[in-house]
Design a protein around this ligand. Structure first.
Ligand SMILES: *[C@@H]1O[C@H](CO)[C@@H](O)[C@H](O)[C@H]1NC(C)=O
Ligand SMILES: *[C@@H]1O[C@H](CO)[C@@H](O)[C@H](O)[C@H]1NC(C)=O
Ligand SMILES: *[C@@H]1O[C@H](CO)[C@@H](O)[C@H](O)[C@H]1NC(C)=O
Ligand SMILES: *[C@@H]1O[C@H](CO)[C@@H](O)[C@H](O)[C@H]1NC(C)=O
Ligand SMILES: *[C@@H]1O[C@H](CO)[C@@H](O)[C@H](O)[C@H]1NC(C)=O
Length: 449
């Protein structure tokens, strides 16, 4: 009794899993759109030849035991007009087909004592109902997974006709045989559906859950736990964490939970949290990608070229707000005077901090953006050339950033990162909005197999 109570309490305490960096929601309108493809899939699974190996025996009055086998069936026609698809709470998706028509042929062999016979048969079912419950989940490596969580197939209006052999004899037995056959066939349809689903599951194991974006960084898009499925929508959480191509450094960030708005219209909602951007900044910073050398002319050193080495002193910090993305950059700049023999003589070292704003954009299947400079401060750390006019330098650097830094960043951001879309799916009329802590993309989907 106490043990039961303890177990119940343990089950009620939510497991402490980390929040997803990217949260996706599939709405009912996506399911409705996907129904067509679900039916097409079901048809492709069923409308062909199947090895069934049906075996049975029948105690014929006076004649003795009749054994029969049906090694193969061939489904010629499958009409499924009346169908619905729904979310099945906490499980996955339920596809239901009513009043489907199915026509199939099969070969048969029969044995009655020492006497053998064979021929073909035709079977027509006019009121077949099929209900398939597809379980959706994630495996321990964050790959999506699916399984047949339930299957039921029923047909009652079944017409059987034997051809060839001593068919006249068997046709006399048809009313009796139909019942057995109906039971076997109903079972067999589900066996075929289950086989098809497990073949799909096998192909899901190979789905890529990370993508390399450039020589420095890749993004981890593995699923964080099981999808949350309600009557209205299915939610999935993706890790959404950048990692270094040359080392999987542990970033100091953790994603905050996201509440998606209740929208029915778009098929798909995707929230990308500031966690994703911060892990990206962390990876580029740690990989040493946030460095830049600039050669410039300076009034301070007439007739000598000056080389500026710029680098990120700390990792940039990014946050998302309803009006814009905000970024805080912490840089250092060291100036060198370049002598005619190419020797660099250190001149001064500055700390340069800047606040930038960003406007993300979405184009096709890629998420990009542009940045702008909001404020800049310059502090002199060290100088071998006497005190510097920091105000003047600030202006010069604003100009330099405007001329080099911002275009450089924009050039890197513009191609964007690919959004994780399954093969054959493109985004239709995607829209992007900013919220506290995350950026929301809402879109319809278009599927072209
Ligand atoms: C399926 O729909 C088509 C067109 O809507 C119709 O011609 C056909 O008779 C329907 N079949 C069944 C079995 O309802
Ligand atoms: C029919 O099958 C049963 C077992 O299912 C077997 O015992 C019997 O010998 C078979 N009869 C013939 C005629 O093959
Ligand atoms: C900048 O110049 C220094 C000295 O020439 C060099 O060691 C460094 O690799 C350069 N950095 C970049 C990012 O080009
Ligand atoms: C470059 O020239 C400077 C002064 O003209 C000199 O001190 C330095 O040793 C030279 N460096 C090299 C590598 O020749
Ligand atoms: C950037 O913004 C923060 C907070 O708004 C502020 O504390 C900081 O001084 C700003 N930095 C610069 C370089 O303007």
């Amino acid at each position: 009794m106490w043990l039961c109570l303890l177990l119940l309490m343990a089950a009620c305490v939510p497991a402490t899993t980390s929040s997803p960096g990217i949260k996706g929601r599939v709405t009912r309108s996506a399911l409705e759109y996907g129904r067509r493809f679900g039916l097409e899939l079901l048809r492709s699974l069923l409308q062909k030849e199947h090895s069934v190996n049906l075996q049975g025996s029948y105690q014929a009055p006076l004649l003795g035991r009749l054994n029969y086998t049906v090694p193969q069936i061939h489904i010629h026609e499958l009409q499924m007009n009346d169908s619905t698809v729904d979310f099945a709470e906490d499980v996955g998706v339920q596809l239901t087909v009513h009043r489907a028509r199915i026509q199939l042929s099969a070969t048969w062999q029969a044995q009655l004592g020492a006497w053998q016979d064979s021929g073909s048969l035709r079977l027509r079912i006019r009121d077949l109902a099929v209900a398939v419950l597809l379980g959706l989940g994630a495996d321990e490596h964050g790959h999506p997974s699916m399984w047949a969580a339930g299957c039921d197939a029923r047909g009652t209006d079944l017409r059987l006709e034997f051809r060839q052999g001593q068919s006249w004899l068997y046709n006399l037995l048809v009313p009796l045989l139909q019942r057995t056959l109906r039971q076997q066939l109903n079972k067999q349809l589900c066996v075929e559906i289950q086989k098809g689903i497990s073949r799909l599951q096998d192909s899901l194991k190979d789905v890529q859950v990370s993508a390399q974006l450039d020589p420095f960084a890749a993004i981890d898009l593995s699923l964080l736990g099981q999808p949350a499925i309600t009557k209205q929508h299915g939610d999935v959480g993706l890790k959404g964490e950048f990692f270094g191509v040359h080392g999987r450094w542990q970033s100091p960030f953790s994603a905050q939970p996201v509440r998606l708005p209740e929208l029915q219209e778009p098929m798909l909602l995707v929230a990308v949290t500031e966690f994703v951007a911060n892990t990206a900044a962390f990876v580029y910073f740690t990989a040493g990608a946030l460095r830049r050398n600039i050669t410039a002319e300076m009034e301070h050193f007439p007739s000598r070229p000056v080389e500026l080495h710029l680098w990120a002193r700390r990792q940039p910090l990014l946050s998302c707000h309803p009006n814009a993305l905000h970024g805080a950059l912490f840089g250092s700049a060291e100036a060198f005077v370049v002598l005619p023999n190419a020797t660099r003589v250190p001149a001064f070292l500055l700390n340069i901090d800047a606040n930038v704003t960003g406007k993300p954009t979405i184009a096709g299947n890629r998420l990009g953006g542009t940045v702008g400079l909001r404020s800049l401060s310059v502090v002199q750390v060290m100088s071998h050339v006497g005190p510097l006019e920091v105000g003047k330098l600030e202006n010069m650097l604003k100009f330099g950033l405007w001329l080099f830094g911002v275009p450089w960043a924009n050039k890197r951001l513009r191609p964007g990162i690919p959004l994780p879309t399954p093969h054959g799916i493109t985004l239709l009329h995607p829209r992007l909005s900013l919220h506290e802590g995350f950026m929301l993309i809402t879109t319809d989907l278009h599927y072209e197999p």
